[in-house]
Write a protein of this length. Structure first.
Length: 349
């Protein structure tokens, strides 16, 4: 049960509830004043239609909603998503305090947005807004809140980011600079030939490599989940096959059979490298190679996906290889590059 304004009726609030037949129903509060509309809702709940309107016990303060939502999120979402909810709630309370739920307005949300924008990027600010909407929607869903003050709040416009890709020449320069550091050399080549995210590469174990079928399995594990929560398979190309065979020879034994739990890239105690440490090493090599500071490890993934598209691989296949949950993300790589434009001009000449 919740109230929401209806612009077609001069901005009056309507009360929406579920009838005994399971269908949503509505009734006008006959007022555009939110406080009066909430009083209408309370009276309606307590004094009318008690036989079929579900009992709603709205919470009082935001901290009470926080407790319920965090409990729900811990049971239903991954750790990364849990952190987003926790950070959003923490900053909401820091900016607005522990307000009563029925006193939080859209103006409060706009104020929260403006404050967060001073501290974080527009992209992060938009993530916070989306999370806030989800928090209040959960509140409405379970009867903890009566309305969503974040509903209708406009997110910030984000200029489209350029998806940086390495050219063949830049990859050659980078490879020469990395030189005999086989660890970094192999990690880079895995990124370039599979398009995997860094965490996916660092969590690869030898049991995930099927040399007979020449397939890499990217899958969820007890201590690791893929970004989308879905597993996928990536065929091993000839160049990557040579890299993997070289790794087996370097270790002097067939690890695939004897140490299936070992990580492909690990320290002496079979502990995984952290994402931060590999990013740090990679950035240092980029600087030594004299390449742009804009580049980062994820650009290897961009390069793989872009190369697939340039080779006219079916876009649905590319989506599957990249592990994109939404085809729109993959389509974002189908941009026209400057080299394509140059070839078009030459064709005119």
């Amino acid at each position: 049960m919740f109230i929401s304004k209806n612009k077609k009726t001069y901005g009056n609030y309507y009360l929406y509830y579920t009838g005994e037949n399971g269908l949503r129903k509505s009734v006008s509060t006959k007022t555009s004043n939110r406080k009066h509309a909430l009083e209408f809702l309370i009276n309606f709940k307590n004094n009318q239609q008690k036989s079929f309107i579900p009992s709603v016990k709205p919470l009082n303060k935001f901290s009470e909603l926080e407790e319920k939502v965090i409990q729900y999120v811990r049971s239903n979402f991954r750790k990364g998503t849990q952190n987003i909810y926790s950070i959003t709630i923490k900053n909401f309370k820091k900016i607005l305090g522990d307000k009563k739920l029925n006193e939080i307005t859209s103006h409060d949300i706009e104020f929260y947005k403006s404050c967060r924008l001073k501290e974080v990027s527009p992209t992060t600010c938009n993530i916070n807004l989306t999370t806030l909407k989800s928090i209040f929607n959960l509140g409405i869903k379970f009867g903890w809140a009566l309305y969503n003050p974040a509903k209708g709040i406009t997110k910030l416009r984000i200029p489209q980011k350029e998806k940086l890709c390495f050219s063949d020449e830049e990859i050659s320069i980078l490879s020469r600079v990395i030189g005999k550091n086989r660890l970094m050399q192999n990690i880079v080549l895995f990124g370039l030939y599979t398009g995997c995210r860094m965490n996916e590469i660092l969590n690869l174990q030898w049991k995930d490599i099927d040399l007979t079928e020449r397939i890499i399995h990217i899958r969820n594990k007890d201590d690791f989940n893929t970004k989308t929560g879905k597993s996928r398979m990536i065929p091993i190309c000839e160049k990557l096959n040579s890299v993997i065979n070289g790794m087996i020879s370097d270790n002097g034994k067939i690890i695939t059979f004897h140490e299936p739990e070992s990580y492909l890239f690990h320290k002496n105690d079979n502990q995984r490298y952290s994402k931060n440490s590999i990013s740090h090493y990679f950035k240092n090599y980029l600087r030594k190679a004299g390449l742009s500071e804009k580049f980062h490890f994820h650009c290897l993934r961009h390069t793989f996906i872009t190369n697939c598209i340039k080779r006219n691989i079916n876009i649905n296949y590319v989506q599957n290889l990249a592990g994109h949950s939404d085809l729109k993300t993959t389509l974002g790589y189908t941009h026209i590059g400057i080299e394509d434009l140059k070839r078009a001009i030459l064709a005119i000449d």
